[in-house]
Design a protein around this ligand. Sequence first.
Ligand code: PEP
Length: 251
Amino acid sequence: MPTPLLAGNWKLHCLRQEARDLASAIVDGSKGLEGRDVLVAPPYTALVDTAEVLSGSSVALSSQDLYWEPKGAFTGQVSAAMIKDTGCSHAIIGHSERRQHFGETDYTVAKKVAAADEAGLIPIVCVGETLEQREEGATMALVEKQVRGGLFELPAEAFKTLIVAYEPVWAIGTGKTATPEQAEEVHQHIRSVLRSLTEDAIADDIRILYGGSVKPDNVDELMACPNVNGALVGGASLKADDFLRIVHYQE
Ligand code: PEP
């Protein structure tokens, strides 16, 4: 069983000092934690400050996106090497908010995933269906397409550290959470797709996180699902107490 990962996506929140305060509370509250990994993903502008606060702790740092080109005339973009340079070990890629609002496609996800790997960052690749797609019965096919499409450029070796996040769009920021049965069903399918892309033993060790309104009062039942290997938490990761309750979920 892979080590569970509890990850906080801070989205478009936190000025630098706010990020420092939140990171500091998370470091304090996760001291001595065993058998679980913790990660935070602040906005770009707070990465260096957060890295300073996390330094010497076991809490990992991630960006929320990156651009695939290493350098050049791409105003406003941030490369994988630049993100690595801030102290990040991970990069979230293909979050549904980027797919919805910023034109992210499986093709751009694949390019970003490859660039992250090339720079030594571990990609956290997000997939998930809209409500309409779920109601049409298209969830499994869509998620499979996103996993295959997003990972097709990833070198074989990189599957050993890859992280996938299943985040149903209808559950993100809505207060609606997938039931443990719904989450487990999709996670099992993602696992089987991963098994077709790499060796079974490697696929079985890939962490598949669930994201979508994970809160202190639903994390325990979600984490009890055999193929849910962690959580990607948005709203509830902005309050240290809530996030730490999630980190300390009950088995
Ligand atoms: C997310 O940002 O990835 C997310 C799942 O958000 P929330 O927990 O607020 O639904």
